[in-house]
Design a protein around this ligand. Structure first.
Ligand code: TXA
Ligand code: MG
Length: 344
């Protein structure tokens, strides 16, 4: 099926209504959230949800996040509310935190890929909340990119990725966070991070005190791949990758910069911190080495830009692994696959 895809300004009420009507009719809408753009459908409509998997080329065994517009809308989606839910909801609903809980039977099987748990998030973006409210149902939405490629952080990213496959993109501006939400499993005895994201381990552990730190389960500290833990079905798929092979260069910024500059020629490109940029046509920067939130905001757009340069290799300066740096390093290492170099 081919249709013309139109970008609609989310600040106009009639556009929110138009997109909500598409959802009510069983269709798909791409919409802005504070993390990344999502590709949404009525989470309670199995057939509509099937459309998401088709448009994304997403494997059916990778479950979706269900988005709500208020804390009260969570209860019907789950079989019981865990004790820690209220503490987390008070702080992070709305917010860039996705909670995994035991599902209720109103959730179709394809949303959860057959698991007995469901992922729920309330986005911290006024347009997303207005859209979900107007649709009158929870919205299942993965990131709005084709499976495997960098997540979209601008409406034009979505247009270039899936134009012709959906009617509208609800444009709420560029995503401020720029990285996907943190996924926290609270269905068991100990809250456990399944995917690092904008909400850090430190923040969660300050609040709950017994959060399982993904690094505790690592055999080697450099094996950030295993941070998106085996329990999160997304782990086995290559993610966030530009088409050009990318090498993650891990170490202190002085050392990674030295390594990368020594390898540059006309056919190579580099992703550098602002304070380590150098004069070369194929250098793209993504924020100061100490400014993780800038790096998060700019990373996926930078990966897309690097992919347009027509080089045969990309080297990426990768932040060290604390706080939000873990989530950024996680995305770069996943984009790199096996191509990881440690320098010191
Ligand atoms: O910020 C975000 O989370 C964005 C915006 C659109 O909300 N969404 C997003 O969705 O990143 P997606 O589908 O790209 O990533 C969802 C992640 C996957 O790693 C998936 O495996 C995991 O959440 N997930 C979903 N349901 C799960 C469940 N029941 N148990 C464990 N992991 C689950
Ligand atoms: Mg995704």
């Amino acid at each position: 099926m081919h249709m013309k895809t139109v970008i609609l300004e989310a600040s106009k009420t009639e556009n929110i209504t138009l997109c909500a009507d598409v959802i009510k009719g069983g269709g798909l809408i791409a919409f802005a959230t504070e993390t990344v753009y999502g590709l949404g459908a009525n989470a309670l409509d199995e057939k509509a949800v099937e459309g998401i998997f088709k448009v994304k080329g997403r494997p059916f065994d990778n479950p979706l996040i269900v988005h709500v517009a208020s804390v009260d809308d969570v209860e019907p989606l789950v079989s019981s509310i865990p004790d820690v839910f209220k503490i987390l909801a008070d702080r992070f609903m709305p917010g860039s935190l996705t909670l995994i809980m035991e599902k209720s039977n109103i959730i179709p099987d394809n949303v959860t890929a057959g698991l007995d748990t469901v992922a729920v998030r309330m986005p911290n973006h006024p347009a997303a909340l207005a859209f979900i409210r107007a649709a009158g149902c929870p919205i299942a939405a993965p990131s709005a990119n084709p499976s495997g490629s960098p997540s979209p952080t601008k409406a034009i990213h979505v247009l270039s990725d899936i134009s012709g496959k959906i009617p509208y993109i609800l444009d709420g501006g560029d995503c401020i966070v720029g990285l996907e939400s943190t996924v926290l499993d609270i269905s068991g005895d100990v809250p456990r991070i399944l995917r690092p994201g904008f909400v850090t381990f430190e923040e969660l552990n300050d609040l709950l005190e017994n959060v399982e730190n993904p690094r505790d389960v690592l055999s080697g500290k450099t094996d950030i791949e295993s941070i998106e833990a085996p329990k999160s079905p997304g782990i086995k798929y290559r993610h966030y990758s530009p088409k050009t092979p990318l090498t993650a260069v891990v170490g202190l910024p002085d050392d990674t910069a030295k390594y990368i500059t020594s390898r540059m020629d006309n056919d190579t490109a580099a992703l550098m911190f602002d304070d380590y940029t150098f004069s070369h046509p194929n250098v793209v920067t993504y924020g100061n080495s100490r400014d993780y939130s800038a790096q998060a905001t700019r990373l996926f757009d930078a990966l897309r830009t690097l992919d347009t340069l027509g080089t045969t290799a990309i080297y990426a300066q990768t932040p060290s692994e604390n706080g939000l740096g873990i989530a950024i390093a996680n995305r770069i290492l996943k984009a790199a696959g096996e191509n990881i170099v440690e320098v010191d």
